[in-house]
Design a protein around this ligand. Structure first.
Ligand SMILES: *[C@@H]1O[C@H](CO)[C@@H](O)[C@H](O)[C@H]1NC(C)=O
Ligand SMILES: *[C@@H]1O[C@H](CO)[C@@H](O)[C@H](O)[C@H]1NC(C)=O
Ligand SMILES: *[C@@H]1O[C@H](CO)[C@@H](O)[C@H](O)[C@H]1NC(C)=O
Length: 378
């Protein structure tokens, strides 16, 4: 099994585009904690695809391997998002996507009918002659849509009156573990940021029967921590060596492994991350150029020509603690299932995340978040 199979709804898995995308983002953030949401980036680019025509359309289609049939692409997202809403009643996942267009352009009214239906998002026109109030408008919308969790997605310096359009995308997640870490066992422990830099962290402890495995290819271990009453789970890949993360990143998308339910003793630091990424440069790096040029064809979005996408900003927030998401009323703690005979024979796997690791929050279709922790902060 590929560990980043990232079943893309509209784009072809073979393209490897999103794996390259992550690799670039991870290198740019090698020394920082990273959280990024592939599904949100994909959704926002698909919205742009809906609006595109001519050469811009051809380029997006070729690079991202979108279906030529826009209705099909829109339908895929619509069913993904409504299925998610129906299925996941216990996790909280707020996704806020919006295309802002400079007020000097007129929006194509049909665009929002489509965007609302398929992507639960829309385009909005905004006055950009006053960057301070423009950024306040954008930030307060994001704050509202993420229930107060994500603030300051843009700064006044992000735009000026020449900006024609920009995309904002915020995602906030809160789940609860199926197997809670025991709060009274959380203790201060050393975390090796590198072989010679150690910081204190709040280390959590859990012993449970988990899907887990060894990945010999990259000299690493993997575990899966399921969320309670959800099809989502968090996979953590921990290199055996302190500085193994770099090697792992290069292999993203090409790793084979096998997961098996086994007893595992887990030590995982508590962490909180909020990271903001400017994604335009990475798209350009991977061959999407036209949509960012004055020659862009966005005739499905605005009536005039000359509008282009100036910025794509993504901000994501995640907090990992004993209960999984952020503190919420504790519902009944689930007791562990009986250990199977196998588990009693084999010694438990020791999974001690006291050095940089990679993680992904996913279900069998989609990657909601992925990133790495190099210096856990709480
Ligand atoms: C595009 O996809 C939709 C939805 O699957 C389908 O109904 C329609 O016939 C397709 N159009 C073309 C031109 O293939
Ligand atoms: C978000 O905005 C809606 C509609 O404007 C409002 O009803 C709601 O109370 C706001 N929520 C928060 C958390 O600010
Ligand atoms: C979540 O719980 C509800 C009711 O308790 C149940 O019907 C549903 O199947 C559960 N969903 C998952 C994904 O476990």
């Amino acid at each position: 099994m590929k560990y980043l199979y990232l079943l893309l709804l509209a784009t072809s898995v073979e393209s490897g585009f999103w794996e390259d995308f992550y690799r670039i983002l991870a290198s740019q953030n090698a020394k920082r904690n990273l959280i990024y949401s592939p599904i949100s980036a994909e959704i926002i680019m698909s919205m742009v695809y809906m609006a595109s025509g001519g050469k811009t359309f051809e380029e997006l289609r070729n690079v991202l391997k979108f279906s030529e049939n826009k209705t099909l692409v829109a339908n895929n997202y619509r069913s993904l998002l409504s299925d998610l809403k129906r299925r996941e009643t216990f996790i909280i996942l707020h996704m806020a996507n919006r295309i802002y267009v400079n007020k000097k352009y007129c929006l194509v009214p049909e665009f929002n009918q489509l965007a609302r239906k398929a992507f639960k998002a829309k385009a909005k026109s905004i006055r950009l002659d006053d960057p301070v109030s423009a950024s306040a408008i954008v930030n307060s919308w994001i704050l509202n849509r993420t229930r107060g969790m994500i603030r300051n997605i843009v700064l006044p310096k992000d735009f000026n009156s020449d900006t024609s359009a920009f995309l904002v995308n915020a995602i906030y997640f809160k789940g609860q573990w199926l197997y809670n870490f025991k709060a009274d066992q959380t203790h201060i422990a050393d975390f090796y940021v590198s072989a010679n830099e150690i910081i204190p962290v709040k280390m959590m402890t859990l012993s449970a029967s988990l899907l887990s495995g060894y990945i010999d290819d990259i000299d690493a271990k993997i575990i899966e921590l399921p969320y309670w009453n959800s099809t989502l789970s968090m996979r953590i890949i921990l290199p055996n060596s302190v500085d193994g993360l770099r090697k792992l990143k290069e292999k993203v998308g090409f790793i084979d492994y096998h997961l098996e339910k086994k007893s595992v003793n887990v030590k995982l630091p508590k962490f909180k991350i909020e990271s903001k990424a400017q994604l335009k440069g990475i798209f350009e790096n991977l061959g999407i150029l036209d949509v960012f040029k004055p020659s862009a064809d966005l005739n499905g979005l605005v009536l005039e020509s000359g509008a282009k996408i100036d910025k794509i900003v993504q901000k994501a927030f995640l907090k990992i603690d004993e209960k999984g998401g952020e503190a919420s009323a504790a519902t009944g703690v689930l007791t562990r299932r009986k250990k199977s005979i196998d588990n009693l024979i084999q010694p438990p796997m020791e999974f001690i995340a006291d050095h940089p690791f990679f993680y992904v929050i996913h279900d069998n279709k989609v990657i909601y978040f992925q990133g790495h922790i190099v210096e856990p902060r709480w």
